[in-house]
Design a protein around this ligand. Structure first.
Ligand SMILES: [Mg+2]
Length: 356
């Protein structure tokens, strides 16, 4: 079992440092990255000249609000016996909308202003939010939001999976529940199955890892569960391809040939702008370096595709798998809001221990 602070912190800090490493190069091709950062690509956190910190982006910001929603649901369940995880996550995302725009979709949501997470000033800044989440949340009035049966739009962007890891941490002892709530949390803003099902897969994988499974068996279980959901094919195909490419890599290649082979594999999986591709790329990088957090991160950001999101998801997975001690300490010191990640992880552990 890995239901201890070290692995919960690892999951959230791992996501944050991956996000921060990839954010400056999110929109750059691999060639452009090499032109700016050298032949080996970006291999350090870029520090902001004002704050001196490596900036996180929308991925980590929204993940923080997923934690917030789950903790709120947890306290409501304990105090009043009301179980409503997805509504609470929806309201937490309204708080995120408030940090990005200064308003809620509905005046009736202003009661949310008292939430603790809104006291963190660093969250009040736009860091490349995807095109879907802000306008979609801004249209969610009267407590209504997207669900798997009542799909809110056709978006298959990576914005649903990138924020789902905390669902796996919370439901670590019930991975099927993690899958379901992961999907529901994604469907709040993203209506395409290839956007919200990857969120379910990620939550399931994190839950299994926390329960002690290795990466491969966690993934196998997640892919089995995935097939119970409508519209699973694209996600199944993408992740299956990533796993088989990672496993079939020729181990006898020299370092530079291996790096070239990795890039070809990554190009074959896709750019990571859609949910299933972002998840598949993160899975590929995690499986190539399951015991080497740093190398997995370099692989996750140095390519033509969606660097911050792929590295954020990969960082969530490997951080949960290896624990926070395996994340370079320098990165933890440099990344923005590391204290909020630790705070969120520890609060979640406390909430779960109260139940036992
Ligand atoms: Mg981002």
């Amino acid at each position: 079992m890995k239901n201890s602070k070290d692995y919960y912190r690892g999951c959230l800090l791992g996501g944050a440092v991956g996000d921060a490493l990839g954010y400056p190069v999110e929109m750059l091709s691999n060639e452009e990255i090499q032109n700016s950062y050298g032949e080996k690509g970006i291999r350090r956190l870029v520090l902001d000249s004002t704050s001196g910190k490596a900036l996180i982006s929308d991925d980590t910001q929204m993940t923080t609000f997923t934690v917030d929603g789950l903790l709120w649901a947890d306290s409501r369940a304990k105090e009043r016996g009301i179980y409503g995880y997805t509504p609470c996550i929806f309201y937490a995302y309204q708080k995120w909308l408030y940090t990005q725009t200064g308003y809620f979709a509905d005046k009736n949501y202003e009661f949310l202003l008292k939430g603790e997470v809104l006291e963190w000033e660093e969250l009040y800044t736009q860091r490349g939010p995807g095109r879907t989440s802000i306008p979609t949340l801004a249209g969610c009035i009267n407590g209504k939001y997207g669900t798997m049966t009542n799909r809110i739009n056709g978006s298959k962007g990576s914005g649903a999976v990138m924020r789902a890891a905390p669902v796996g941490l919370y439901f670590y002892d019930d991975s099927k529940m993690a899958f379901k709530i992961g999907c529901e949390s994604g469907a709040i803003t993203h209506g395409h199955p290839s956007a919200y099902l990857p969120a379910g897969v990620l939550a399931y994988v994190i839950a299994e890892i926390i329960s002690g499974a290795n990466l491969e068996s966690a993934l196998a279980g997640a892919l089995e569960e995935l097939q119970r959901y409508e519209g699973f094919q694209e996600t199944l195909e993408a992740v299956t391809r990533a796993v088989s490419l990672a496993k079939s890599q020729d181990q006898t290649l020299g370092k530079s040939d291996q790096a070239a082979a990795d890039l070809l594999d990554i190009a074959a999986i896709g750019g990571g702008w859609t949910g299933e591709e972002a998840l598949a790329l993160a899975v590929y990088c995690a499986m190539r370096y399951p015991n080497d957090f740093e190398s997995a991160m370099y692989l996750a950001v140095n390519h033509d595709g969606n660097s911050d999101t792929v590295a954020a998801i990969c960082g969530n997975i490997l951080g949960a798998y290896l624990g926070s001690m395996e994340i370079p300490f320098k990165w933890i010191l440099q990344v923005e809001l590391a204290d909020l990640m630790v705070h969120g992880a520890d609060k979640m552990i406390r909430a779960l221990q109260e139940e036992e």
